[in-house]
Design a protein around this ligand. Structure first.
Ligand code: SAM
Length: 300
């Protein structure tokens, strides 16, 4: 009797409760991990404000249903903790302890969903920029410990000197930068990253191609190596259709490796919901001799 009950009984929890439990799990896991890694460089921080729905709509949503979920404050924090923990683990894979990072820059920071969670590193300089002035105004008003700047659709980044950052991020940003300016942006990112620094960025991989493209578009992508959907295309992501960005940019893995690899050493290509690239700016040869082994090994 008990077995039958176990098989048939379903506990239906309200969505809000599920979101809250999932956020707690991610938040606790994130804090446990960073506290252990950062030791005395760990500082406890307030998670910060949740942005208004209009801003979330412009940054995070694949479709209308997704927008409802993403606009929930617990989901906003859950995804932030989850993704930043993943970034910490990527760094760890390359033996980089976040304690050793002095400065971090995020291109296309949006509402600082990710950047805010790097405040746990005591003493780190955090800088974010975005092409959308509304995002920057909101961030400046709500996250005073981080430097935020507006940037134009094309480089340069007026606020950044050559070789100024140890770690740079662009999560879900090159996915929206039109191909005509992609190389200009890669050259600019190369300019501001310090030699020996790491740049982690994402591109739309197979997951998004399968989710959004029809067979004709998939064929075009394979033949040409890239495909762009604009805000007029019905298959474009919700965020692109509501004007958060004007383009969804798809590239095949081999095109990504060719283009991004002509500006950086590609040390890893991690497929997923978006594919993540770990890019490295080599130290000039003379320093490499003095510092012994070049890091990390080139994979592509
Ligand atoms: C999908 S959102 C991601 C936001 C944030 N990285 C995150 O993961 O929550 C893409 C962001 O990139 C910004 N963006 C697009 N093109 C950009 C460019 N050329 N320079 C700076 N920001 C850009 C958009 O305004 C938007 O805030």
């Amino acid at each position: 009797m008990l077995n039958i009950f176990r098989k048939t009984a379903k506990i239906i929890l309200p969505k809000s409760t599920v979101y809250s439990i999932k956020r707690q799990i991610e938040e606790n896991g994130f804090k446990r991990y960073v506290r252990e890694k950062l030791e005395s460089n760990y500082r406890s921080v307030n998670p910060g404000a949740v942005p208004p729905k209009e801003l979330i709509a412009q940054t995070a949503a694949l479709n209308e249903q997704e927008l409802e979920r993403q606009s929930n404050s617990d989901v906003y924090f859950e995804t932030g903790y989850f993704e930043v923990l993943r970034l910490f683990k990527i760094l760890d894979h390359f033996n980089i302890n976040p304690r050793t990072i002095g400065s971090i820059y995020e291109l296309g920071c949006g509402t600082a969903r990710l950047l805010r969670h790097f405040r746990y590193i005591d003493g780190v300089r955090l800088v974010g920029s975005d092409v959308n002035p509304q995002m920057i105004e909101w961030c400046q008003a709500n996250l005073p410990e981080i430097e935020f700047y507006h940037n134009e659709l094309t480089p340069p980044l007026a606020f950044a000197e050559d070789n100024s950052f140890d770690l740079m991020l662009a999560s879900s940003v090159f996915t929206h930068i039109p191909l005509e300016t992609q190389e200009l942006w890669l050259a600019e990112m190369q300019r501001v990253l310090r030699p020996g620094g790491i740049f982690i960025c994402s591109v739309l991989g197979q997951f998004h191609a399968n989710a959004l493209l029809d067979s004709e578009e998939m064929q075009k992508l394979q033949t040409k190596g890239n495909l762009t959907l604009t805000s007029d295309d019905s298959q474009a992501t919700y965020s692109t259709r509501v004007g958060g960005s004007a383009w969804d940019v798809f590239q095949t893995r081999s095109e990504v490796i060719k283009v991004f690899g002509s500006f950086f050493q590609i040390v890893d290509y991690i497929p997923g919901v978006q594919d993540f690239l770990v890019l490295y700016k080599p130290v000039p040869a003379v320093s490499v001799v003095m510092n012994s082994v070049p890091f990390p090994a080139q994979k592509y």
